[in-house]
Write a new protein. Structure first.
Length: 131
């Protein structure tokens, strides 16, 4: 499920729970820490009082580490496939891991096409009038 849709759904559930109206504490591991950070940023009510994030990939992930046989053709093929497809709309919308893919060699593509991570990291390309 798209991370933005997940966050939106959680925001609604949190807001509807009367036990949380005074606020709540959250802890997230790995991907959960990143999603909870988005909840903290996008869902002001009820307020998240404290967030503990353990092992979250807040700057994203890149590459395909520990692929068996680092020089194998299969690992190289997987890396190239990830590099080519990670920022396509279909992959961004349907593969949650692609939503926190951050290719440091394609920074402009990342900022323009990342539907989740670039937004919560406030790296989205914005068009502002020059003053």
């Amino acid at each position: 499920m798209n991370a933005n849709d997940q966050v939106r759904e959680v925001c609604g559930q949190l807001a509807a729970d009367p036990h949380l109206k005074g606020g709540y504490n959250a802890i997230g591991f790995s991907q959960g820490g990143q999603f909870l950070r988005a909840v903290a940023q996008r869902c002001p009510s009820p307020p998240m009082l404290n967030l503990i994030s353990v092992g979250g990939q807040h700057q994203g992930v890149f590459g395909f580490p520990r692929c068996p046989g680092e020089s194998s053709h299969i690992c190289d093929w997987i890396r190239k496939t990830l590099d080519l497809g990670a920022y396509t709309p279909a992959v961004q919308e349907h593969l949650v891991q692609a939503e926190y893919w951050h290719d440091p060699l394609r920074e402009e593509d990342y900022r323009k096409s990342s539907i989740f991570l670039a937004d919560i990291n406030q790296e989205r390309v914005r068009s502002c009038p020059v003053r």
